[in-house]
Write a protein that binds this ligand. Structure first.
Ligand SMILES: Nc1ncnc2c1ncn2[C@@H]1O[C@H](COP(=O)(O)OP(=O)(O)O)[C@@H](O)[C@H]1O
Ligand SMILES: [Mg+2]
Length: 261
């Protein structure tokens, strides 16, 4: 019964097609550690899935399988209905923005140059790049004139995160993957960035996977939450479903911590 319920909840909402699918995916790293064990996940187009769980659960591994930085040991990964192993990796990654843990800006490039990474690779002419970067900085709540020429070490943690997101969105990819985007900033900045994210989500309508180990963040930002524990999906559901009927003691304990925070 619990199995049936889990399967039901893993389906995307009716009327929306799956943009990202993991089908019975196992990933065993060299050395024999299975980071993911027969994981099934779907992310409906235009929705945000949070991948939530303790460190080492397989969250980053899942993201890296979606943009094909690594290959599954078995099972299939599809983006936009296409198996990723039959899509040219460069083409695939052009359609997938990636925000890595701790912003990951190139330290010797200015904020503007960081944001223009993909447009530069695509050979956009300078005026088009400049216009797009201004537009993105506006969207991110960053002042282009004062921030554009600064290097990452001259930016606050929150500003670095916003530039990282601008970089991921530069070529307007339909899919965005975010790996603990707000893990390295102070709680007040995190709240501001989360509020900003909620607004962006509604404006942009991207399909997103947001990795976090913060249950409160998952409950606030995601349309659906998949809890990954030790390489397996422990539960999938909407924030309300997870909050109201956690299916394990671990999840209940995580929720308890959130309640006390
Ligand atoms: N390149 C790698 N080689 C071997 N083991 C790895 C590698 N990357 C991750 N792992 C292991 O796989 C498990 C899942 O890692 P990861 O996906 O990074 O978890 P999370 O992002 O949830 O913290 C961990 O036990 C980690 O040590
Ligand atoms: Mg990780």
């Amino acid at each position: 019964m619990a199995g049936c319920l889990t399967n039901l909840l893993q389906r995307p909402p009716p009327g929306r097609s799956a943009m990202i699918e993991l089908k019975s995916v196992t990933k065993t790293y060299p050395g024999g550690h299975s980071a993911l064990k027969e994981v099934d996940l779907e992310v409906a187009e235009g929705t945000t899935l949070a991948l939530l769980g303790p460190s080492g659960g397989g969250k980053t591994t899942s993201l890296r399988l979606i943009n094909r930085l690594i290959e599954p040991t078995s099972g299939r990964v599809l983006v936009g209905g296409q198996p990723v192993d039959r899509t040219d990796p460069v083409e695939l990654r052009r359609g997938i923005g990636y925000v890595v843990q701790g912003a990951g800006l190139f330290p010797h490039r200015t904020a503007r140059e960081n944001a223009e990474t993909v447009p530069s690779l695509l050979g956009w002419p300078e005026p088009r790049r400049r216009e797009r970067t201004r537009e993105l900085f506006d969207l991110m709540g960053l002042d282009f004139d004062s921030i554009g020429d600064r290097y990452p070490n001259q930016l606050s943690g929150g500003q670095q995160q916003r530039v990282g997101l601008a970089r991921a969105l530069a070529a307007d990819p339909p899919v965005v993957l975010l790996d603990e985007p707000y893990g390295a900033v102070d709680p007040i900045t995190r709240r501001q960035l989360q509020r900003h994210f909620i607004g962006l989500k509604a404006t942009l309508g991207k399909t997103m996977v947001l990795v976090t180990h913060d249950i409160d963040e998952a409950l606030r930002l995601a349309d659906r939450i998949a809890i990954l524990v030790d390489g397996r999906v422990a539960q999938v559901g909407t924030p309300d479903e997870i909050r109201d009927s956690p299916n394990s003691g671990l999840i209940a304990a995580l929720l308890g911590e959130e309640g006390n925070a």
